[in-house]
Design a protein around this ligand. Structure first.
Ligand code: SF4
Length: 164
């Protein structure tokens, strides 16, 4: 079984080749501007009410305890890949639930002043479980799926790797 991470869940919704490359420890270009912006956003945004906790192999941003609820925030630069970001956050809620912690999620797009609540419903849990199977099938391949040009490629850390 592959060790599923939030990053793999997110990438699976974007590009299965990226999922394979990440799972096989092929390091993306860290100098890529998109990654750099993501890092800066992570450091600077919501710093007043953010608290990071390490949970298994992920770092979660607990941004607020609202009326006793635990709310896990995930900050993204852009809502273009909103659906895969939603699944990534749902995965964290799923893992927390497995550890006996019921939490709600909040996707944050500070540059767009947008917030999307995410709740772990039974349907969403089923969807995640089928994604886990899909990730396993992709990662266990001997070679990565071939590259396919998609809009995300221009912002992807593997762009040079796939297209040069
Ligand atoms: S550059 Fe494009 S094809 Fe290659 S991993 Fe990234 S998104 Fe996938």
């Amino acid at each position: 079984m592959v060790a599923i991470t939030g990053t793999l869940v997110q990438s699976y919704g974007i590009c299965k080749r990226q999922t394979w490359l990440m799972a096989h420890q092929i390091i993306p270009d860290q100098e890529h501007p998109y990654i750099e912006i993501g890092r800066l956003l992570d450091q600077e945004t919501y710093s007043r009410d953010k608290k990071k906790i390490n949970f298994e192999n992920v770092v979660l941003d607990i941004i607020r305890s609202d009326e006793g609820d635990i709310v896990v925030g995930e900050v993204k630069k852009s809502s273009k890949a909103q659906e895969s970001a939603r699944l990534q956050l749902a995965f964290y809620l799923y893992k927390l639930k497995q550890s006996g912690v019921d939490a709600k999620g909040l996707l944050l797009f500070p540059e767009e002043r947008k917030r999307i609540p995410v709740e772990l419903t039974p349907d969403l849990e089923n969807e995640l479980e089928s994604i886990f199977k899909g990730i396993n099938a992709v990662v266990l391949r001997d070679t990565p799926p071939p590259p396919e040009k998609i809009g995300y490629c221009k912002n992807c850390g593997y762009r040079e790797f796939c297209w040069s």
